[in-house]
Every structure is written in structure tokens, then in C-alpha cells.
Design a protein around this ligand. Structure first.
Ligand code: P6P
Length: 331
């Protein structure tokens, strides 16, 4: 879609009916993603691959790029005067804006670099972000972040792949911008993205099959049965193990992405995090005409009870997610 008349991000935002401070915040986040993209592209040249030798609250080993990406987002946005606080997959607790700095009314939540297991093997990774509102200038606590996903004012991601693509919604459709490596401008390349209601492509980590709950196993078995089975059509499977890349494919050509609850750790509702992975992706998918559920309920309706809460995720093409939903209700 891009041509010389395609608007830059700043021009596009000027045309949007959203508060100026939110436009400024989106521009700032885009700038941070541009910086992360440059760091990711440099990789081993700057000795920033591999483990940082530390762990996060999720119990995961932090990669050097995880921490660098987190620091870029913190440092770029802390003094913007637009935020009351930030929260990150890589930080145990929330980050309130210090009292000596100007405060705003937005909360910025992010997974600074999603798909970290792919960093060292040069497979697409990304930044996921979500913006909530609070009272202007408030000294925030964790409770201010515990809002249902339907309260988000912005959701988006930056995908660091063959191109760097910034995708976001402000509640008026989903729009995609490609980073021009020469000018470092984000150029609108796809607007009002819509997910096809049907698909022949499913995404799930098949190695966990023996641990799945019955409704998910029933759905995947039917996909695997292909033309000879009850679906009477063949399916294809994809699994990149970077949620950003898998969801970008679903937004771009349809599909169903699943990281469901499984019985490896029954106390955990799922692997993916609700506030800064599932909620932003669910807002994008619903704005693009898809569905996003945890099995029985829509993810955007879930009221969080803790910052790093996890959730089962089944999202994508409307008619496929509806089928999985029915199987959960039938059980
Ligand atoms: P698995 C990446 O670590 C992540 O959080 C998501 O981006 C991705 O979809 C999932 O985990 C991959 O998990 O168990 O297949 O490695």
C-alpha cells in the first residue's frame, strides 16, 4: 500500500481523534522501538546477545537485549510528563514516575522484548505495549494497573523481523507502519487491517499436546484429521515461538494462535501474561474483527488480580476461535 503519499506516523496521528498527549506518547514509544530495532539489528556486533546472567520475576533467564530494551523504554519515557507510571515483564514491581519529574495520566505497560528464546538464532522478536489511563498526576500503586483489557486506550507491538513493523490501535481500527531504514520514519503501509473470519492455519506448540485440556485437544485433532476428518479441509501449522510474530501473521492473513492452559503446572492459568501480552494482542485482534478468549470468556473482560498474572490465550479468526469456545462450553 505504501507509496510516496503514504503518511508518516506523525502525520497519521495528527488525523486521529485522540488527545494530543496520547499522540505524543505514541510517537515516543515508536522512537523507543526504533532504538530497540537498531540494537537488535546490531546483535553480536555490539556483544549484546546471550544471557545477562540474571532472572526476572517470571523465573526466566534474562537476555542482555531484554534488559537493554527495558532500559530504553524506561529512559525514553520516564521524563515525558505523559505518564503516571510504567510496568514491565522484566521488572518485579511497577515503576511510578519519581516525584521530582512531571507526571501525566497514562500508564505504559510493556514486554520490552518478546520471544527472547529466538534472539540468539536471529528469528523475529518484538516489543508489546499497552496504554491505560489513571488520574492525572496520581502517585500510582499496583492497583492502578489492575484494569480489565477493555480499559486500554492504546495497544500495539513492534515486530523486529525482515522489516521493523509498528502495529497499533487506538480503538479505531488496526494500522501498520513500516520503518524506513534510511530515514528512520515509520510509514503507513496497511490501514484498517481485518482478520479473515475463516482459516486453514493453526499455531500451537505441539510438543505440549499430552498436557492439553480436552477442548483444545479435540480442536487440534480435528485440524490434524484434515479432509478425511469432521472439518473436511486440510490445515497447516505454524509456530514461531514469538507471540508478536505469530500474532502478526494472524492479523496479516488470518489463523488461530493458541497458548492454552495445560496440566504441566495446573495452578498456572497459562504461560502468557495478561496485562502486557494477552490484553494488548486481544485489543488488536478484536479491533481487526477477530476474537480472543481464555477458553470460556473473552480476555478483555478479565479483571486482573496481580501485575504478572498469566492467562490461557486462544485468539484469531472469528469462526475458528468460536469453535474452540463452543468446545469449552460443551465439556
Ligand atoms: P514456548 C516467548 O517466550 C513467549 O512468551 C511468547 O512470545 C511465545 O508465544 C511463547 O512464549 C513460546 O513458548 O513454550 O513454545 O517456547
Amino acid at each position: 500500500m505504501s507509496n510516496s503519499s503514504s503518511p508518516h506516523l506523525a502525520v497519521f496521528l495528527e488525523q486521529q481523534n485522540i488527545p494530543d498527549q496520547l499522540k505524543q506518547l505514541l510517537m515516543q514509544v515508536a522512537k523507543s522501538c526504533d532504538s530497540i530495532s537498531s540494537a537488535v539489528n546490531r546483535g553480536a556486533l555490539d556483544n549484546i546477545l546471550g544471557s545477562a546472567g540474571s532472572g526476572n520475576i517470571q523465573g526466566e533467564t534474562q537476555q542482555k537485549l531484554d534488559i537493554l530494551s527495558n532500559d530504553i523504554l524506561l529512559e525514553d519515557n520516564v521524563a515525558s510528563g505523559l505518564l503516571a507510571g510504567m510496568a514491565s515483564e522484566e521488572m518485579d514491581t511497577i515503576y511510578p514516575i519519581p516525584d521530582n519529574l512531571p507526571k501525566g495520566k497514562y500508564l505504559l505497560l510493556f514486554d520490552p522484548l518478546d520471544g527472547s528464546s529466538n534472539i540468539d538464532v536471529n528469528v523475529s522478536i518484538g516489543t508489546i505495549f499497552s496504554i491505560l489511563e489513571t488520574t492525572m498526576g496520581k502517585s500510582v500503586t499496583e492497583d492502578d494497573f489492575l484494569q480489565a483489557g477493555q480499559q486500554q486506550v492504546v495497544a500495539g507491538y513492534a515486530l523486529y523481523g525482515p522489516q521493523t513493523i509498528l502495529t497499533f490501535t487506538t480503538g479505531s481500527g488496526v494500522h501498520m507502519f513500516t520503518l524506513d531504514p534510511k530515514t528512520r520514519d515509520f510509514i503507513l503501509t496497511k490501514s484498517n487491517v481485518l482478520i479473515p473470519e475463516d482459516t486453514k492455519e493453526f499455531a500451537i506448540n505441539m510438543s505440549n499436546m499430552r498436557h492439553w485440556d480436552e477442548p483444545v485437544k479435540r480442536y487440534v485433532d480435528e485440524c490434524l484429521a484434515g479432509k478425511e476428518g469432521p472439518r473436511a479441509k486440510d490445515f497447516n501449522m505454524r509456530w514461531i515461538a514469538s507471540m508478536v510474530a505469530d500474532v502478526h501473521r494472524v492479523l496479516t492473513r488470518g489463523g488461530i494462535f493458541m497458548y492454552p492452559w495445560d496440566k504441566r503446572d495446573p495452578s498456572k492459568p497459562g504461560k502468557l501474561r495478561l496485562l502486557y501480552e494477552a490484553n494488548p494482542m486481544s485489543f488488536l485482534v478484536e479491533q481487526a474483527g477477530g476474537l480472543s478468549i481464555n477458553g470460556k470468556e473473552t480476555i478483555l473482560s478479565i479483571k486482573p488480580s496481580q501485575l504478572h498474572e498469566r492467562v490461557s490465550v486462544i485468539l484469531g479468526s472469528k469462526n475458528e476461535v468460536s469453535r474452540v469456545h463452543e468446545y469449552h462450553l460443551d465439556r
